[in-house]
Design a protein around this ligand. Structure first.
Ligand code: ZN
Length: 62
């Protein structure tokens, strides 16, 4: 029954990775190097990583 543990572990890893990714986007940080992208609308000036599209539409601070 080892495969169940593997599947659960894989789902858990995927979920954590996804949550962390969304957290970085929400905080306006580069997903690659955690650079602050507040003043970089298109891509990261540090590593050149394109800024992810606005997937979180509920994030309205205004
Ligand atoms: Zn970066």
């Amino acid at each position: 029954m080892d495969w169940i543990i593997l599947i659960v572990f894989a789902i858990l890893l995927y979920w954590i990775d996804r949550a962390y990714f969304q957290y970085l986007i929400k905080k306006n940080l580069c997903v690659q190097c955690k650079y602050d992208l507040s003043y970089s609308p298109e891509s990261c000036p540090e590593c050149g990583m394109p800024k992810p599209n606005e997937q979180i539409r509920c994030h309205t601070t205004n």
